[in-house]
Design a protein around this ligand. Structure first.
Ligand SMILES: NC(=O)c1ccc[n+]([C@@H]2O[C@H](COP(=O)([O-])OP(=O)(O)OC[C@H]3O[C@@H](n4cnc5c(N)ncnc54)[C@H](OP(=O)(O)O)[C@@H]3O)[C@@H](O)[C@H]2O)c1
Length: 325
């Protein structure tokens, strides 16, 4: 299949590009970063495809988003346009041009007040501008292109600015004597850290199952009685999936693991309550996503601590699987 990636300069976007390039039978029709392609313009994708500037893709994966959750509170109109409206415009253009579409979303669409993993069909109740905008994006994609996949994830780290890098920077500053005292990290938020390289592989695996040659053959061979059965029963894939590295932790425990794995076992951390931070956007106390739908199809990501080790051991921040599917 030929893949087109928007938001290719982001953590996930970079990993998607690397994963497609590493797979034998896949090709990259185009990788568009923010400077090359602004998703927040109606009809932009259709225009681009008509010029042939993005090759002849079969599948679009949208990894572009306005992800600065605190800035989304003060720049809500921009968040709404990029995260809420633009995915709908992309879905419409994909429908018009016959492309399959995968859109990426977040745990922030949930209230974050629960204590059991959120199922894929759990009630959406965002409490931040970022979460509301992302929930709107999902809603539009599913309404406008029901065949699309929406993949929610959480706590992403990969090539780019992220929590792991921030903890390591603070550790280096202390080791160099530039800063003193222990690190302070919140201990009352739980989630599943997710390595962007693993997420990219999982997304490509899901999209291949949904839109690849085998899925096309099955659709072509389906009889009228097959088509009369409910979609889930006949294995047709569409709608919302969750993908995150397995297991869960708190930011505090995650920071401890980062320091231990990176050789800073002696550096102390002090637990902090979320309320002590007084940030513009409310933080979900519970971000754990249940990934059963993907797991039933044989797509699952390794435990988060193994993923962290792989990330720390990879110079590029993109340790790819040794034998890509
Ligand atoms: N990071 C997380 O912890 C996390 C957690 C859950 C879900 N997610 C979701 O996962 C996906 C990927 O996130 P990520 O971590 O890879 O984020 P990221 O590193 O911030 O990458 C997002 C990319 O989108 C670009 N972008 C922003 N506005 C754009 C626009 N109007 N048109 C085109 N590109 C635009 C950004 O470019 P600029 O930097 O130039 O603006 C950036 O390169 C997003 O859908 C996000 O909502 C992320």
């Amino acid at each position: 299949m030929r893949w087109l990636i928007t938001g290719s300069g982001g953590q996930l976007g970079q990993c998607l590009v690397a994963s497609v390039q590493a797979r034998k039978n896949e090709s990259l029709a185009g990788a568009l970063d923010h400077a090359e392609f602004d998703i927040a313009k109606p009809g932009a994708l259709e225009g681009l495809l008509r010029t042939g500037a993005a090759g002849e893709p079969d599948v679009l994966i949208n990894a572009a988003a306005f992800t600065a959750v605190d800035r989304c509170e003060s720049e809500e109109a921009l968040a709404w346009r990029v995260n809420g409206e633009a995915p709908g415009w992309l879905a419409e253009d994909c429908g018009a041009e016959g492309l399959a579409f995968v859109h990426v979303s977040t745990d922030y669409v949930f209230s974050g007040t629960d204590s059991r993993p959120y199922p894929e069909n759990g009630s959406v109740a965002p409490r931040t501008a970022y979460g509301r905008s992302k929930a709107e994006g999902e809603r539009r994609v599913v309404d406008l292109l029901p065949e699309a996949l929406v993949v929610r994830t959480s706590w992403v780290f990969g090539p780019g600015r992220n929590f792991v890098g921030s903890i390591l920077r603070q550790a280096r500053q202390r080791a160099a004597g530039e800063e003193g005292g222990p690190l302070r990290v919140v201990s009352d938020q739980s989630g599943s850290p997710t390595y962007a390289a693993d997420l990219a592989e999982g997304i490509l695996d899901l999209a291949t199952l949904a839109f690849g040659p085998k899925a096309a053959d099955a659709r072509a061979e389906a009889t009228d009685s097959d088509r009369a059965r409910p979609r889930e029963e006949r294995g047709e894939m569409r709608g919302v999936f969750h993908l995150a590295n397995s297991g869960s932790t708190t930011w505090f425990e995650f920071a401890r693991a980062i320091l231990d794995e990176a050789g800073y076992a002696d550096l102390g951390i002090v637990p902090l309550a979320t309320d002590e931070l007084d940030l513009p956007a409310e933080r979900p106390r519970w971000s754990v996503l249940g990934c059963e739908r993907a797991a039933r199809l044989g797509v699952g990501l390794r435990p988060w601590r193994d993923a962290l080790r792989a990330y720390l051991g990879s110079a590029s921040g993109m340790a790819l699987r040794e034998e890509p599917v």
